[in-house]
Design a protein around this ligand. Structure first.
Ligand code: DCM
Ligand code: DCM
Ligand code: DCM
Ligand code: ZN
Ligand code: ZN
Length: 271
């Protein structure tokens, strides 16, 4: 996701943090970074990826996605042996940083700070369908038109469609986040929200959750995201965008809820 998507994920997650956990989150960020809150922290992994000379730039870029070697249009799947054999992908990254954040595993405060920053970003990215697709570099190589402008399918999903959706909320991330938070608590996601986070109560959460979440996201590619195949040249700002809105809402809601519930779980331990 672009900045708006990530910040919304962070804002929703912050809404679900228990008060004692919100205090622990604020204390984990060294030097009072990000105002001690998740929304700005979610942007850090993209900032350091882009920053020239950043020690994170080289190795962190592939951790934002998994290039699944499936065949969307025909069949969609995630297979760790096939798609991420060295764990240098978003699924492996979430597993590693979940383990590093857990105080029972003994990592130092700097490692845990970075683990929290990366988790806050990657738990958002893993809900973006094209971050769980290997086709055309996750759609970066697929030229499309959106509201009269040429672009690529990946950036349409990361940014253009989210910005267009946000305009329904006066381009106010807090308004959009509060809307999705209500839908999770008592609206159209209330009955399914438990299924979004059921992996978190497993003793194998660190490895089980990212794979579960990748499979969940990847399944959207076949029936919908890559259906652009069947209508070459069509402007995606029309019917395609209208059909994408409920998917974007739900994926961003999932990212926010999962991040909040995962942090409530990991950080509830006392060391
Ligand atoms: N940082 C960032 N974006 C922000 C805030 C901080 O990229 N909005 C980065 C700058 C440093 C690291 O986080 O590399 C730690 O920041 P600080 O030492 O200022 O807390
Ligand atoms: N783990 C974690 N957070 C959880 C559950 C597990 O960080 N909520 C970590 C602890 C272990 C690893 O995952 O390092 C595997 O856990 P286990 O050996 O208990 O299955
Ligand atoms: N990306 C992806 N899959 C790839 C390559 C890149 O999902 N195989 C993502 C990472 C960024 C965006 O696409 O969100 C643009 O990547 P870059 O800036 O590396 O070109
Ligand atoms: Zn992206
Ligand atoms: Zn990213």
């Amino acid at each position: 996701w672009g900045e708006e998507g990530h910040e919304t994920v962070g804002q929703i997650a912050q809404n679900f943090l228990q008060p004692d956990i919100a205090r622990k989150v604020a204390n984990l960020f060294q030097d009072k970074s990000f105002g001690g809150k998740l929304p700005l922290a979610t942007l850090w992994a993209d900032d350091v990826k882009k920053k020239k000379g950043s020690p994170f730039a080289f190795w962190s870029a592939p951790l934002h996605f998994i290039d699944t070697l499936d065949d969307p249009g025909k069949s969609c799947s995630v297979n760790m042996e096939r798609d991420c054999p060295d764990a240098r992908c978003i699924v492996g990254a979430i597993a590693n940083y979940t383990t590093q954040l857990d105080c029972t595993n003994g990592y130092d405060k700097f490692t845990r700070d970075f683990a929290l920053r990366f988790l806050a970003h990657f738990i958002g990215d893993i809900t973006q369908p094209l971050h769980v697709s290997g086709r055309e570099k996750g759609g970066n190589g697929e030229t499309v038109t959106f509201d009269g402008r040429r672009g690529n399918l990946h950036s349409i999903w990361d940014t253009q469609m989210v910005e267009k959706r946000l305009r329904d909320f006066g381009s106010d991330i807090v308004q959009y986040s509060n809307f999705l938070t209500k839908e999770i608590q008592s609206g159209k996601y209330a009955s399914e929200k438990d299924s979004w986070v059921s992996c978190i109560s497993s003793p194998k959460a660190a490895t089980l959750c990212p794979l579960t979440w990748a499979i969940d996201t990847n399944a959207i590619n076949c029936p919908f995201v890559w259906s652009v195949d069947k209508k070459p040249g069509v402007d995606l700002g029309g019917d395609y965008y209208q059909a994408a809105v409920p998917i974007i809402d739900k994926q961003i809601a999932k990212g926010g809820y999962r991040l909040g519930v995962l942090l409530n779980s990991i950080l509830s331990k006392n060391c």
